[in-house]
Ligand binder design. Structure first.
Ligand code: ATP
Ligand code: MG
Length: 448
């Protein structure tokens, strides 16, 4: 089995071998190359100690030297070269708390999580596959290296990684591995939220985000995302829906464009339906106010997972406005753009499109046509540079000071009232018109 590896990686391997060491490309890159997927990076594993690696190559960076990793720089490209090692307990996901170096490749491959991630390759010796990784790649199986119970006990994050790889590759988790997951999923409560965030995001952004269902079925979301379990089987007995909240959410995930913000917004967009659920006298389910409530949940969940503020802000805004009553009317569109922020309006339309696709067919085509028409009107609004924000208002604070208003609360209110007015009547966004209209009305308040 031949793998085509980049020239520079081959050069590093050759150099190490010339100096009497062993060296291989290893892990994710071998898996991806065998699958004919483009690897993200080419990691190299070697019998040479970090000290020896640093002596052989002119430019190196001590990336994780205490764990045996040195980055070798060739021109502008970096390659992580890691000494064969036996791991202690993993703490941050990339580096175990303690390591022991070894001279045996087999020991290094044994510490890796899944058979498909535990292969090494070297152009001279070919593929080293000690645990049946190639067969599992062919059969589409995620299987632990060695005893699944032991491997998940060493590092519970591997549980989530199993589901994440299944989602990225479209694979099935093999039975023993699956069984160990159901048993050990509670251990995920000991894993740091940052590591969970990384894996959940990769799962959501994968080709098969519907595999979040596997995480649910195996008891993984019960630990890392209990808010999903809470709405999974919540019925939505009304004309617009044909699924439970959980199944609707998963259908929407499959529909929505794969950016981090959009996929997270889709996952979280209806979490507030449990606490807003009402059944009317005809037995129909209603969820008034669920968007606001879901936006709250979105913030709670994303903060807990230690997301950055920008992501929390964007996702929660999308969730907050996902049920906004947008119609093919420019003034309604302008108002919505103002509320959610112009930066997110196109994303909001994508959220609405995917949400619609994941509902019953009742009025679906009409709604999809609406969304296309709304997007076109939005583009006209942008092209015509119509006023959506205070920045675009023809009157600013200076103008008001000149007109005798003191900076402060009243000035802010006045500017917002003007903005509110031009959102409705964009052609009125002219200094003299606005001053005339608003200053005569507020004459009495000029001196507070
Ligand atoms: P990708 O980079 O595409 O997310 P990858 O397989 O390269 O996937 P990394 O997290 O970059 O995954 O890790 C590189 C390799 O290190 C893996 O292929 C695996 O062999 C090993 N590895 C990573 N994390 C663990 C872990 N928690 N337990 C055991 N082995 C691990
Ligand atoms: Mg990798």
């Amino acid at each position: 089995m031949n793998i085509c590896i980049p020239e520079k990686a081959a050069y590093i391997i050759e150099k190490l071998e010339q100096e009497g060491h062993e060296a291989y490309v290893v892990g994710g890159c071998v898996r991806d190359a065998l699958l004919r997927r483009e690897p993200e990076d080419w990691d190299i594993t070697t019998s040479a100690s970090p000290f020896q690696v640093k002596k052989i190559f002119r430019r190196t960076i001590d990336t994780g030297i205490q764990h045996g990793t040195v980055t070798v720089m060739l021109e502008k490209e970096g390659f992580e070269v890691t000494t064969y090692r036996i791991d202690g307990i993993y703490e941050d996901g990339r580096h175990p708390a303690s390591v022991e170096f070894t001279s045996k490749l087999e020991e290094d491959l044994k510490r890796r999580d899944f058979t498909i991630n535990a292969m090494a390759y070297n152009p001279r010796t070919g593929l080293v596959d000690l645990f049946g990784g190639q067969k599992d790649l062919e059969q589409g199986a995620i299987r632990c290296v060695g005893n699944a119970n032991e491997r998940f006990t060493e590092d519970a994050l591997r549980i989530l990684r199993a589901v994440r790889f299944a989602a990225q590759l479209g694979f099935e988790i093999e039975d023993d591995t699956k069984f160990a997951i159901t048993k050990l999923a509670p251990n995920l409560s000991k894993v740091s939220q940052e590591r969970i965030q990384v894996e959940l995001t990769k799962l959501l952004m994968s080709k098969h985000p519907e595999q979040i269902r596997t995480a649910y079925e195996l008891g993984v979301t019960a630990v890392v995302l209990p808010e999903l379990d809470a709405v999974m089987n919540l019925p939505q007995n009304n004309p617009y829906h044909c699924y439970t909240v959980g199944n609707h959410t998963i259908a929407m995930l499959e529909q929505i464009y794969p950016t981090k913000t959009l996929r997270w917004a889709a996952l979280l967009h209806d979490f507030g339906k449990l606490e807003t659920h009402k059944i009317d006298e005809n037995g129909e389910d209603h969820f008034y106010g669920h968007a606001e409530s879901s936006a709250n949940y979105a913030k709670i969940v994303l903060r807990r997972l230690k997301f950055d503020n920008d992501t929390i802000d964007q996702v929660s805004r999308l969730v907050m406005y996902h049920a906004y009553h947008l119609r093919r009317e420019k003034k309604i569109i302008r108002r919505c753009m103002n509320r959610i922020g112009v930066d997110l309006f196109e994303d909001l339309l994508e959220v609405m499109r995917a949400d619609t696709m994941a509902k019953s067919s009742y009025q679906r085509q009409e709604r999809l046509d609406d969304i296309i028409a709304i997007r076109n009107l939005y583009k006209e609004i942008i092209k015509d540079n119509e006023c959506i924000t205070l920045k675009q208002l023809a009157v600013n604070g200076q103008d008001l000071i000149r007109a005798g208003i003191r900076p402060g609360k009243q000035m802010g209110e006045l500017l917002h009232a003007m903005l509110d007015y031009v959102l409705e009547y964009p052609e009125q966004n002219q200094k003299d018109i606005l001053l005339e209209k608003f200053m005569t009305n507020t004459d009495g308040k000029k001196d507070e």
